[in-house]
Design a protein around this ligand. Structure first.
Ligand SMILES: Nc1ncnc2c1ncn2[C@@H]1O[C@H](COP(=O)(O)OP(=O)(O)OP(=O)(O)O)[C@@H](O)[C@H]1O
Length: 233
């Protein structure tokens, strides 16, 4: 059985007379340990899919099986636990707490986890052990994103969900972050789902899901994913 099974999922917003089909009959599977990139233009429905998968939003119709459990059927309290224990999030704008150090930001996550990594170990895994006492403002954008990745990984999540994680970074720093995510996926057998509008990065993925207007228009596996160093955009 696949780790994730998205089955005929809809998200429909009704605003007065207007109906917006943000996600319209989306189905796909994601396997344990794969690096999956969901790609599409602005408004394609990527964030909606990621938010539903991460338990931050609910679907109008359909089912979402994660690790054998249908999360579309969960009650609010169960959904909180799902987000807390099973999901690591990495956002475009890091979302670190400014008056906490890098280590303390990671500890925020480990304190609410069941079987967390040691915060120092998590920072070490992203190459930042020397900077654990620094506040976010003392770190570059790339370093702040590393802290946010450490914070997500420290929970030992089932799924690492990344929403345009390089969107606020320059080209080279963005490449380093993608390299870190790809290496983490391979070394830790972590399942990574990354959404982006940049189709040039898809050769690094094991699995590519392309969306347009709320639907999946392509769902392919890559037999020979490239290392980030081998691709340019
Ligand atoms: N809360 C909401 N209420 C109404 N419409 C919404 C809401 N959230 C998203 N939408 C609409 O759903 C569609 C898909 O949005 P979504 O944010 O998932 O796309 P996206 O592919 O992630 O785009 P981007 O790359 O710009 O973030 C868009 O037309 C958007 O306007």
């Amino acid at each position: 059985m696949s780790l994730v099974e998205f089955k005929d999922v809809y998200k429909i917003y009704k605003m007065g007379e207007v109906t917006i089909n943000a996600v319209e009959g989306v189905s796909f599977n994601i396997e344990q340990g794969e690096f999956c990139v969901v790609v599409g233009a602005s408004g394609a429905g990527k964030t909606t899919v990621l938010n539903i998968l991460g338990g931050m939003d609910t679907c109008t119709k359909g089912s979402i099986i994660v690790g054998g459990r249908d999360i579309s059927k969960l009650k609010d309290k169960q959904l909180i636990e799902y987000r807390r224990f099973d999901i690591g999030f990495v956002f475009q704008f890091y979302n670190l707490v400014p008056n906490l150090t890098a280590k303390e930001n990671v500890e925020l996550a480990t304190q609410i986890s069941k079987n967390p990594m040691d915060s120092t170990e998590a920072l070490e895994s992203v190459g930042l052990s020397q900077r654990s006492a620094n506040f976010p403002a003392q770190l570059s954008g790339g370093e702040q994103q590393r802290v946010s990745i450490a914070r997500a990984l420290a929970k030992r999540p089932k799924l690492l969900l990344c929403d345009e994680p390089t969107g606020a970074l320059d080209y080279n720093t963005g490449r380093q972050i993608l390299k870190l995510l790809q290496e983490t996926c391979r070394k830790e057998n972590m399942t990574v789902v990354l959404i982006t509008h940049n189709s040039a990065i898809t050769p690094m993925a094991d699995h590519i899901i392309k969306m347009r207007s709320g639907r999946v228009i392509m769902d392919v596996y890559n037999d020979e994913p490239k290392n980030v160093e081998e691709i340019e955009w």
